[in-house]
Design a protein around this ligand. Structure first.
Ligand code: 3H9
Length: 693
């Protein structure tokens, strides 16, 4: 077993250091080491013990990689109990992030001291679990039920100052955890400070737990771990400590068996694995200190905001002085949002909106930028002109990126004399908020330009996903497929409002027609027009929405679309139903009823089928890449893991069966993806392809 715990005796204080990089997770070796160290401290006659961690952080939790394997003793609850039940006065010195099991170990101690920048929390609900080593029993005893519900059901990380105020920690002290911790222990010993096991504290006062359960379930849109955590906390009030611990264990075990837990852990590791690409191994990104942005509309201004907040200087190019001023106003508004949320102070705000940001109407201003992102009108000939200009003015080695959402990046690259420097960086609006970045690699993009795209994504705090070139790349291409399935259902008898309701009940924040209204109905209108010349005559494309667009009703931004927007909750627009009715009549369609279940199956089967095509064609490298696109850019419920994880859990054979059934009425649209059919034949799952790379 690796050596992960060190033990020294300083006078009568046992100094126990955890050293298990990268995040000191509480795997078997750490758990055993901690128990052995406490035993040794007792044997060696120590009076007190200090537990701290080397490296970047106090333990960030149980070792998630051990989940699903046969549990090996000592369990984490037993480790915490061992610390708490010892006669030693135990102090924990926290730095970095004491999360999950890490905080639970700290709650087993008598006193907690933390470095100023540290954060604590119980984020287990975010991976589909609840604190399973006493967190639901000890935290409410320490800080009260209401506050414990807030911390545990949100899974949020609490900064040191707030943790002190809440009573989770007892002191904040700057310095190395070993030194501040030891000084604190000495002080406590000198004062003859009492031991303070939380298990011996009074049971906390109850609240209306049924109401808290319902509120947590509603807020989590169907994710069950937060409401389960409420039940765990309830046990702290209603049962004795040991029975409460048993109840917590039972709830934890139940959650461990759920698809939601599997999906959320898939999301956790997927977000980290997605930028782990063999093509990037050993390839250094080009240095980027400043960024040029062309176009200062919502998208360009959002990208500029993200870049500025990440510490990059920005040169923003617009067509006219007025447009540049409008762009600046958008950026200032975005950045003042960050200031209001306390992310930056006034001096920082002044810098970002002053010296760090230059506006220009002259391409020459881009001559010295390291990387430029074009975010102009979505039109090939406009983009080609922009790239020809960039080719003329940008310094050699500058990365030339397009933010196009559909267009052929190879064709754009061909407008320059340096296609190896050209890449797609597809942001999602609002770009300073949305986590997703599709890094679109064209045929001739150089490896270090790809690496630069990923490095920029990391710097901006994005989840970057590699995409190949095709119409719509990964996300928008798949969106078009399931949106088409939804449109077909509308033509055949379902209402857009029913479809939106079904998809919200599945866990999406919004249904597809609400999304259409939000994005602007003109986007779909333009896509329909763009694709019309090459459209197969067998394709069924509804045109009723075009009539709304022709009247200037473009969704939320004009106040009318599928829904009517005013004060309060948007209302369904009855005119839409009349337009649909008219189109059905013109096409000779007799509408039929759709059950909610059928809507869900058709919608999801279309999404999964196109996802399989996108992976099969190599547009996405792995199924997990598609999942991360949907979790971070398309509002797919995280607790369902993404379309491909969902499909694995639903069963690929069942999905293929459904597709074949749907194909009887519409064999053109419902053609099974070859990859899906192959996997079913081989008895494999999408996840098997994640493991192959
Ligand atoms: C729990 O505690 C259950 C208990 O209540 C009860 C048990 C009975 N395990 O994120 P990073 C890896 S549940 C294993 O890139 P950062 C991570 O995969 C746990 N591995 O760094 C990555 O590996 P790689 C509750 C873990 O600085 C590397 O460490 N705790 C774990 O951006 C670096 O991570 C949580 O849910 C883990 N627990 O962020 C906290 N954590 O390099 C989960 C990380 O191979 N962790 N790794 O890709 C986090 O939130 C972030 O990792 C953290 C650091 C904020 C700590």
């Amino acid at each position: 077993m690796e050596y992960v715990i060190s033990f020294t005796l300083e006078d009568n204080i046992a100094v126990i250091a955890i050293d298990s990089p990268p995040v000191n997770a509480l795997g078997l070796a750490v758990r055993r080491g901690l128990v052995d160290a406490i035993t040794r401290a007792e044997k060696d006659g120590a009076k007190a013990a200090l537990i701290y961690a080397e490296g970047r952080t106090f333990p960030a939790g149980a070792d998630i990689r051990e989940f699903g394997k046969a549990p090996q003793p000592p369990s984490l609850p037993d480790v915490c109990a061992r610390i708490e039940e010892s006669d030693l006065l135990v102090v924990v010195a926290i730095h970095g992030t004491a999360l999950g099991g890490g905080l639970e170990v700290a709650l087993g101690a008598d006193y907690r001291i933390a470095a100023p920048g540290s954060r604590v929390g119980l984020p287990e609900v975010l991976i589909g679990l609840l604190p399973g080593a006493g967190g639901t029993q000890r935290l409410p005893r320490l800080i009260g039920v209401e506050k414990a519900i807030g911390v545990i059901t949100s899974g949020r990380q609490v900064g040191a100052a707030e943790a002190l105020e809440l009573g989770i920690i007892d002191r904040i002290e700057d310095g190395k955890p070993r030194e501040t911790g030891l000084a604190y222990v000495r002080e406590m010993l000198a004062q003859d400070a009492p031991r303070r096991p939380i298990r011996a504290m009074q049971a906390p006062a109850p609240v209306d737990f049924d109401a808290a359960y319902d509120a947590a379930l509603k807020k989590a849109r169907g994710q069950i771990s937060p409401p389960y955590a409420v039940r765990g906390i309830q046990a702290a009030c209603e049962l004795g400590f040991d029975d409460g611990m048993a109840r917590e264990r039972a709830l934890f075990r139940e959650l461990m068996e759920t698809d939601q837990r599997a999906a959320l852990i898939h999301a956790f590791f997927g977000e980290r694995a997605v930028s782990n690409l063999p093509e990037l191994k050993g390839v250094a990104p080009r240095p980027v200190a400043n960024v040029g942005i062309i176009g200062g509309g919502t998208m360009g201004a959002g990208i500029a905001t993200a870049a500025l907040l990440a510490g990059l200087d920005v040169v923003l190019l617009e067509m006219t002085v007025d447009a540049a001023a409008a762009a600046k106003a958008r950026i200032v508004k975005n950045i003042s949002g960050a200031q209001k949320r306390g992310k930056i102070d006034q001096a920082h705000f002044d810098h970002l909106t002053g010296t760090a940001l230059k506006l220009s109407t002259d391409y020459d201003a881009l001559a010295q930028v390291d990387l430029v992102i074009e975010a102009v009108f979505e039109n090939m000939s406009v983009k080609k002109q922009v790239f020809a200009r960039l080719d003329a003015v940008c310094k050699p080695g500058a990365v030339l990126a397009t933010n196009t959402s559909y267009l052929d990046v190879n064709e754009i690259a061909a407008a320059t004399s340096r296609p190896e420097d050209v890449i797609g960086l597809h942001f999602f609006s609002p770009a300073h908020v949305m986590k997703l970045l599709e890094v679109v690699v064209a045929d001739r993009t150089a490896a270090d330009v790809v690496a630069t795209g990923f490095a920029l994504g990391k710097r901006l705090g994005k989840v970057s996903v590699r995409a190949g070139v095709c119409d719509g790349f990964i996300g928008n291409r798949i969106l078009l497929a399931y949106r088409t399935a939804a449109d077909h259902m509308v033509l055949d008898g379902a209402s857009p409002f029913q479809i939106d309701r079904v998809m919200r009940a599945f866990g999406f924040a919004m249904g597809p027609f609400q999304v259409g209204d939000l994005a602007g109905l003109d986007i779909g209108w333009a896509t329909r027009k763009r694709l019309a010349p090459t459209r197969d005559p067998r394709e069924r494309v509804p045109t009723y929405v075009d009539k709304l667009c022709e009247q200037g009703h473009l969704g939320q931004k004009t106040g009318l679309g599928y829904y009517i927007y005013g004060d309060g909750v948007p209302k369904e627009n009855p005119e839409v139903l009349a337009l649909i009715e008219a189109e059905r009549k013109a096409l000779g369609i007799t509408p039929r009823d759709f059950s909610d279940e059928e809507i869900l199956r058709r919608y999801m089967c279309a999404m999964v089928n196109e996802s399989a095509r996108v992976v099969g064609e190599g547009i996405a490298r792995r199924p997990l890449d598609v999942d991360m696109v949907f979790l971070t850019g398309y509002g797919f419920p995280r607790y369902r893991g993404g379309p491909m994880k969902w499909a694995d859990m639903d069963g690929l054979a069942r999905i293929l069966d459904d597709i074949n059934t749907f194909a009887k009425a519409d064999p053109y649209f419902w053609q099974p993806a070859p990859l899906l059919a192959d996997l079913v034949t081989e008895g494999k799952a999408f996840d098997d392809l994640n493991k192959e790379t």
